[in-house]
Write a protein that binds this ligand. Structure first.
Ligand code: SF4
Length: 121
């Protein structure tokens, strides 16, 4: 257990966890979901702004969050996902992860060059 974790446990009951919705866009078509591509028009897709996302990661960290889940929509469609993830990597203390429910490589918004950046997750 790191000193950072120990401090968070003693002072706050433990490190925090957050789900960060990066967008409302999705290229999948799950029948129960309002973000499904046949339900939600592409014209209404929205993405967290790059600087706003980076600032939010800093804010979460400052407030004790050490476990972060990218979600959406489909977070791999976000054009700044790699930068967000590398920002976390630099900080070395927030651990990023996402469910692998719909990650066939051909459906990733980022192309195959982004996969090595996500491999540590
Ligand atoms: S993958 Fe997730 S966000 Fe996309 S349609 Fe299915 S449930 Fe909705």
């Amino acid at each position: 257990m790191s000193l950072d974790t120990l401090r968070l446990v003693l002072n706050h009951g433990g490190p925090g966890f957050a789900q960060f919705a990066l967008n409302n866009a999705c290229n999948a078509n799950c029948g129960f979901c309002n973000f499904a591509r046949d339900q939600f028009p592409k014209s209404q897709w929205k993405y967290v702004e790059r600087q706003g996302g980076l600032d939010a990661i800093d804010t979460l960290y400052k407030n004790g969050v050490r476990y972060l889940v990218w979600t959406g929509g489909e977070p791999t469609l976000h054009p700044n996902l790699i930068e967000f993830t590398q920002h976390q990597t630099i900080r070395q203390t927030i651990r990023g992860m996402r469910p692998l429910k719909n990650v066939p490589a051909n459906s990733l918004g980022c192309n195959s060059s982004c996969l090595p950046s996500l491999a540590w997750i």
